[in-house]
Design a protein around this ligand. Sequence first.
Ligand SMILES: [Zn+2]
Length: 374
Amino acid sequence: MGPMRKDLCPSVSSIEPSRFCGPSWAGRCLEIDSALPIVVIVYDPRFLDHVPSPLHVERPDRLRSIVERLERERLFHGVETPPTATIADLRLAHRESYVDLVRNLGEGFLDPETAVHRDTFDIALLAAGGVLLATRSAVRDGHPTIALVRPPGHHAGPDYGGGFCYLNNVAIAAAEQVAAGRRVAILDYDAHHGNGTRDIFAESPAVLYVSTHEYGIYPGTGPAEDTGTDEGRGFTVNIPFTAGCGDASYAAALDSVIEPILGQFRPDVVLVSLGIDAHYRDPLTSLTLSSPAYVDLVKRSADLAARLCANRFTIALEGGYHLEALSEVIAGVVAGIEGRSIPLALTDVLDDKGRGREAIEATKRAHRDFWNLR
Ligand SMILES: [Zn+2]
């Protein structure tokens, strides 16, 4: 097991207190439950230097609001600084020609909303390094980790970028684990389909890629019938929700698709591509998850990892563009995994009937030859 929460006490820890949250941290010893793990946070203020264009929704304030909320809740502890990913790391998921293109572009665009500037490649390397570090740490020590990074990654494929993504942070970390002989499950809860991650691992039976997304919006991919290709058939699982799907639909997807398939796949490590843009307050999509349901979704995924692969569980930030929703869900997730709860304001339940039933049935039909699904 990894470091437990008692490690936050000065009497039992060699970790310098300044890494935690100031004078108030000492009081935490009174409320510590040593049975629950701390969540190791990977973060670097240099992520704030990435500004694709003025007024872009994928903006530095996203991370500022998350860190502020974590600090306010006394959850911004155990923070580690990421290394820069190497070119060899990137080659695990991307073609050399694409890496060279982004590295040498200078000023330009991968698509109209994905601008490249002189510092973009270096910050993208740091984001990839953040998810690499978080994943290595989770695998080595058997504790949950969260990489609070920008830019996001799941729309970057083997030889393309776009959708605010340059390098596929999660895919690079997953590919490193596969190279070490491990089976990796990627749960992509961003509201958009992770076409990049899908394309990188479509042929691989060592990576189970599961995506819940609003089907029909950007990037347009991710129907239930796409189950992967060649040896990878059955290891791509798309749950293509429609506008309005939220709390009850995600709970049903967990119950009837995600949990049973993960249990049969038996991963060695679970990575979550966590976008908060399926929230009902998000301006970019029409999915309707509430904050408590989001926290529950990720908490249940963490519980699965605790049961199936000894807490080797890493969360990587993808999208999410409403600052209050974004920050309260991320803080709620960190608190929830540590056995605490924090007050959540955005609690409207807009889907209590399970509007996504049809999408879930389509996924089950597409996968009945691969997995035992009731
Ligand atoms: Zn998204």
